[in-house]
Write a protein that binds this ligand. Sequence first.
Ligand SMILES: C[S@@+](CC[C@H](N)C(=O)[O-])C[C@H]1O[C@@H](n2cnc3c(N)ncnc32)[C@H](O)[C@@H]1O
Ligand code: SF4
Length: 379
Amino acid sequence: MKQKDQSFGLYIHIPYCQKQCHYCDFLTFINRDETIDKYIQYLLKEIKLYRHLDLTVDTIYFGGGTPSYIDSQYIQHILNEINLTFHIQDDCEISIEMNPESVSEEKLQDYLEAGMNRFTMGVQSFDDQVLRMMGRIHRRDTVFEKLQMMDEMEIHNKGIDLMFGNPKQNRAVLLNDIQTALTMNINHLSYYALMIKERTAFHRWVETGQFILLDDETERSMYHLIQDELSAAGFEQYEISNFAKPGYQSRHNLKYWKLQNFLGLGIGAAGNFDLVRTQNVGELEQYYHFIDQDKLPISEKEAMDIEEREKEYIMLHMRLVNGFSLSEFQERFGSDFLNKYESVIQKHLKYKTIEVVDGNLRFTPYGLDVGNQFYLDIL
Ligand SMILES: C[S@@+](CC[C@H](N)C(=O)[O-])C[C@H]1O[C@@H](n2cnc3c(N)ncnc32)[C@H](O)[C@@H]1O
Ligand code: SF4
């Protein structure tokens, strides 16, 4: 099972933040800034380990943690090393995740000089009370100030992340968040439903009853409000949580959902290479140990057979509003999807959860809400 597209994405993990947010379980360090310099030196060595492969890269994504928290010169060094190691396509998309409080004119200037061409900022809400409850350190005004700074620097390819479903975020707060976001000069919006993760403050507050989570119906109606308002403002939904102005979808994130190839660099980073999924080690000492021996710091390699890969392909693609192309499926897996899963397809066409449009199988808007049964039937 080879892919037509042999260009790679690169994901680079920067595991540092100023403060732990109350809902977040991403791999990140707080108050460990003395390790940043060494971590970056090892990240540069990890990149070098790929030199012999002669790979072409068409998307690069700095995620975290908070990439904008560390000195911007580190980001420049990493991009320099990437340029020496990989063949970078001319139109390569190079993105960075930033938090409002750590963005500065100097850092933005450095990012631009290094070739960064896509910027996302974690905003989460425009309500200061909600932000406090989430454990964020920025306030609503910080976001206005930083987005304006970016406008003045003519940085137009930018987007923000928002979340909904916080217990203190009622429908009026949500509507205000959406409407405020729509006054911003942005072309991409990720709108995530709050997930309660173990070992977070939010999880403890749910356990102790301090937090009452929204019921499903309220959460769904909030999701519909988001979909309706964003679509009316010209944002096209392309994935369950992602919306973009035409032409501004995240090419890098599309690689995850389209099961295309990407390498994960840095601790805890995941990668995908044809039939193999990889996961880097999650601890600094282990990470250093592997690299000191000139070994890729990969702790897990999950080789899948074609059948497993096919199921994964379906699950991930169905997150996309356009689903997947039946002819591409045939080309990639050598089987006719509609024949192979005939009884599942008949059932779900009847219940109007799926549809076939222009040769693509996809969820109907109703199906996007209740998609679980389709997944269970496919599995
Ligand atoms: C890798 S994270 C963090 C990037 C950046 N440090 C920030 O705080 O925005 C990217 C996005 O994931 C979302 N996110 C993190 N934890 C979440 C959770 N528990 N439930 C839903 N979305 C979450 C947030 O919207 C966040 O902006
Ligand atoms: S949400 Fe972002 S800033 Fe907050 S702890 Fe997670 S990675 Fe760090």
